[in-house]
Ligand binder design. Structure first.
Ligand SMILES: Cc1cc2nc3c(=O)[nH]c(=O)nc-3n(C[C@H](O)[C@H](O)[C@H](O)COP(=O)(O)OP(=O)(O)OC[C@H]3O[C@@H](n4cnc5c(N)ncnc54)[C@H](O)[C@@H]3O)c2cc1C
Length: 425
């Protein structure tokens, strides 16, 4: 029983873990030298409805990765505009923690291995072809999980963004993203809003050392610093570009909002360096990620898989998907939830057992179903969905799904008969 997970972002890590817990042999293939993908530069957890989703996963026995992010939190239960009870993990320490944990659970992790093609037979994937250094490899499996994300390569950032901003995905060094779903012959869906194809990532990192000590002091102590922008420095229109709609509110346009994830996380897609340096406290500002954060950011949501609510990709017998590949779902929490379900269902499918569809009485199940129906049935490809804000958080509240009451969440999971379902033997 061998499962091959392609893409080592949060969704791929969660899929690998869930499948290992069901005793499958798991190979996790990542094209760069580190796991976590865009999670290497994120850090915000448990804000708004993400708290509820994380607790549902913990009650279902799929909570280890949330426990690791909690353990690695630099700040807990902080508030920033529009967001409550957020934890911020240290982006510097997260990757080794997750990698060591997965290794301890018996997953085989293959870094600097880039999948370039698939071998198909009778509507199923038999093997993926990959390059690792100079070696060409063929990796066979029973079931495959596409967790390759939607960001990059540089051609997409050039065509739909402001050019390559040199982000953490480091396409020029490790090669661009390759979608397994597309290689298997499936027509992918593309996010678009008006003329904009895909969407631009919504935050950058500044080196703390380059900022005024007073700002750094506030960040270190409270986890957040909000600096009002002089009217002449407000850049109108940037909010429309953002893929993180939960931050597309005026507070993020009219202020510099910084969060402490080890670096100073600047909650805007980009900010011209010269303009930034004209603001008191930012005279020496320097970008840490993306390196050209003064010009632009990565383009995402180009290439999502049509899939059912068990996360099986339509049109390929043995392919599942997770994370951003599974639809317009933004965030680490969202990636861990879908990754866990995909890994679990991949094993179910090898055992010829009924695949699990999470019910809409749980926010995780409701979100997976809602995003699918919005995208596939209603053809709505302009919005993004997250437990932490915007359309889906409003839906959570309207349906009574949002709560921070752990006992109530455990009871909800219990009533669905799903307590410990992902826990494994
Ligand atoms: C700058 C930035 C800041 C963010 N901040 C936050 C935040 O604070 N909180 C939050 O919740 N979310 C945040 N997000 C969003 C969040 O990171 C993503 O939505 C989520 O982590 C996506 O996970 P994923 O596994 O689907 O994809 P990705 O993180 O994109 O991972 C995909 C992985 O697949 C690999 N890959 C691709 N093709 C291949 C191939 N052919 N072979 C092998 N490997 C391949 C890639 O190298 C990558 O590691 C942020 C995103 C960005 C870009």
């Amino acid at each position: 029983m061998k499962i091959v997970v392609i893409g080592g972002g949060w969704s791929g890590c969660a899929a690998a873990l869930a499948a290992r817990k069901q005793d499958a042999q798991v190979v996790l293939i990542e094209r760069t030298d580190m796991l976590l993908g865009t999670g290497l530069v994120g850090g915000i957890m448990r804000n708004n409805g993400r708290y509820t989703a994380a607790e549902e996963m913990i009650a279902m026995g799929g909570g280890e990765l949330f426990e690791l992010t909690d353990l690695n939190a630099l700040h807990r239960e902080i508030e920033f505009p529009g967001h409550r009870h957020s934890n911020l993990y240290s982006v510097a320490r997260m990757e080794p923690m997750v990698r060591n944990f997965l290794v301890s659970k018996g997953a085989s992790i293959q870094c600097q291995m880039r999948v370039t093609d698939v071998e198909m037979a009778d509507g199923a994937i038999r093997a993926v072809f990959a390059k690792q250094g100079d070696e060409s490899l063929r990796v066979e499996g029973d079931v495959f999980i596409d967790a390759t994300g939607t960001a990059g390569g540089p051609a997409n950032c050039n065509k739909y963004g402001n050019g390559c901003a040199m982000c953490i995905l480091r396409c020029h060094s490790f090669g661009g993203r390759v979608s397994v779903t597309a290689k298997a012959g499936v027509k992918e869906m593309i996010g678009r809003k008006g003329d904009q194809v895909g969407a631009m990532s919504g935050s950058c990192k500044l080196l703390k050392e380059s900022l005024d000590p007073q700002i750094v002091g506030a960040l270190n102590q409270k986890g957040v610093a909000v600096v009002p922008l002089p009217a002449s420095k407000i850049l109108k229109g940037k909010l429309d570009l953002k893929c993180c709609q939960q931050y597309a509110i005026p507070d993020f346009e009219e202020n510099i909002v910084l969060l402490d994830t080890g670096h100073a996380k600047l909650m805007t897609p980009f900010f011209p360096l010269e303009l930034l340096r004209a603001i008191p406290g930012f005279e020496n500002a320097r970008y840490e990620d993306p390196y050209a954060g003064g010009l632009g950011n990565s383009i995402r949501y180009v290439g999502m898989a049509p899939r059912d609510n068990a996360l099986k990709v339509e049109g390929v017998q043995n392919l599942f998907c997770a994370g951003e590949k599974a639809g317009l779902l933004v965030g680490h929490t969202e990636a861990i939830c879908t990754g866990t379900l995909a890994g679990y269902n991949a094993v179910k499918s090898i055992r010829s057992e009924k695949r699990l569809v999470l019910p809409s009485s749980l926010t995780v199940g409701d979100a997976i179903q809602f995003v699918r129906s919005q995208m596939q049935e209603e053809g709505l490809l302009s919005l993004k969905y997250t437990f932490s804000g915007s359309v889906y958080f409003e839906r959570m509240k309207a349906k009574g799904l949002y709560t921070t009451n752990r006992k109530a969440i455990e009871a909800r999971v219990g009533a669905a008969g799903l307590t410990g379902v992902f826990a494994g033997g």
